[in-house]
Design a protein around this ligand. Structure first.
Ligand code: GDP
Ligand code: MN
Length: 395
């Protein structure tokens, strides 16, 4: 799960990290008021994306009037950054922070090293830039410092980081405090990434976190209601959010074949098979091993509501999941929403015959598939035919 910069900054604050004074605002009048407190300020669009600076989502205002004007212009605007994709993200909130005179920018992050299962601190003098680019082109500009999950942060790790960043005097102590706070936060809140880009040395000589980003491990959210409360559903794919309410594993993709599958492995294999047949999946959807009729209905509703979808492929291998439950879910969903799309179904395993009977009795126009490859091929063909008919104005 992602959160906004203003929320991450607040968490940083509670862990003793130095962050600029800031206020969240959603109206220009409020912006005028807060900017009057701050003096000149930075107006920052709050969207779940980095790269805002280059996209016009971070602007300096010299007066409260200017802050109000910039806020008005940003609110409701669609911000397209390198990370949002071409569809961009609507700005619904802005964060006003005090202006800081920057002497030097650094990069700092804590993440999980998947190979060792431990944490890794990454520091660089190339702050403020796109770190992925730097990592690719100039890997020597990044220093990775492993941190044990069981032992936590150690002073020597902070010293290594300070040496690499060529910090001196008080800044070395400040970095110790920032890193130890970051690691503590990361571990206590089950984060998957904590990033400060840029961490700056101000002209007054102090270190300050000018940006704040924290991602959390979804699988650990159940034990952090205070983090779950920070969720902003406006920032999420509406279909993925709807799916999460039913406990469905759903990810939107760009293709036109909607897939309803049980089991993550089978879902992956189905997507591969569709690709192999020359098609592209519209989604990854795993209804899980113990899906109920309601869950299947919700899943099917998601597929039919997706405008990209031009054919649906239901590919079920019944184990714990019974094929008749799937069939009931499909017929219930169709009764509710109607079905204008081609539907290809492959049922195999537990209660497959019962499932096929239910679908047959429903009178739905279904293309039956003998196996997964056959189903994928038929779905690709049907989607192509549907697309042609749609283009030709027959539908
Ligand atoms: P991002 O582009 O989404 O990563 O947003 P940031 O919060 O990192 O802001 C973009 C850039 O604006 C930063 O890299 C800084 O260089 C600059 N910036 C933000 N706040 C200030 C500030 O108070 N003073 C100065 N000088 N630069 C700032
Ligand atoms: Mn940044």
């Amino acid at each position: 799960m992602k959160i906004h910069e203003y929320q991450a900054a607040e968490l940083f604050r509670t862990y003793g990290l130095p962050v600029p004074e800031g206020y969240l605002v959603t109206e220009k009048e409020e912006a005028f008021e807060k900017a009057s407190v701050l003096g000149s300020c930075v107006v920052k669009a709050q969207v779940h994306s980095g790269g805002r600076g280059k996209a016009g989502g971070v602007k300096v205002a010299k007066t409260p009037e200017e802050a109000a004007a910039i806020t008005e212009e940003m609110l409701g605007k669609c911000l397209v950054t390198k990370q949002t994709g071409p569809e961009g993200k609507i700005v619904r909130k802005v964060y006003l922070t005090e202006v800081v005179s920057v002497e030097k920018e650094y990069y700092l992050s804590v993440t999980t090293d998947n190979e060792s299962g431990n944490l890794v601190i990454i520091v660089s003098e190339a702050g403020g830039t796109e770190i992925e680019e730097t990592a690719k082109l100039y890997p020597e500009k990044l220093k990775k410092i492993p941190v044990s999950v069981t032992e936590g942060f150690k002073t020597y790790q902070g010293l290594m980081a300070a040496d690499f960043l060529k910090l001196e005097g008080e800044n070395r102590k400040e970095l110790q405090q920032i890193l130890s706070g970051m690691v503590k936060l990361y571990l206590e809140k089950d984060a998957s990434l904590a990033e400060i880009n840029p961490l700056v040395r101000t002209e007054e000589g102090a270190l300050l976190c000018l940006d704040a980003k924290i991602n959390f491990d979804d699988n650990a959210l159940f034990r952090h209601p205070e983090i779950t409360a920070l969720r902003d559903v406006d920032e999420e794919d509406p279909k993925e959010y709807e799916a999460s309410k039913y406990g469905l594993n759903y990810i939107s993709l760009s293709g036109n074949i909607g897939c309803l599958v049980n089991g993550a492995g089978l879902a992956m294999a189905t997507m591969d098979e569709i690709k192999a047949m020359g098609g592209t999946p519209a989604n990854f959807l795993d209804v899980g091993g113990s899906a109920t009729k309601e869950k299947v209905t919700a899943a099917f509703r998601l597929l039919t509501a997706d405008e990209k979808v031009e054919a649906i492929f239901v590919n079920i291998f019944g184990g714990i999941m019974h094929c008749d439950t799937i069939a009931e879910g499909v017929t219930a969903a169709v009764a509710e929403t109607g079905l204008t799309l081609p539907l290809v179904v492959r049922l195999e395993g537990t209660n497959a015959e019962e499932g096929k009977q239910i679908l047959k009795a429903s009178g739905l126009k279904i293309t039956a598939a003998d196996d997964m490859a056959d189903g994928a091929r038929k779905a690709v063909d049907e989607a192509r035919a549907f697309h042609q008919a749609k283009k030709g104005g027959a539908l």
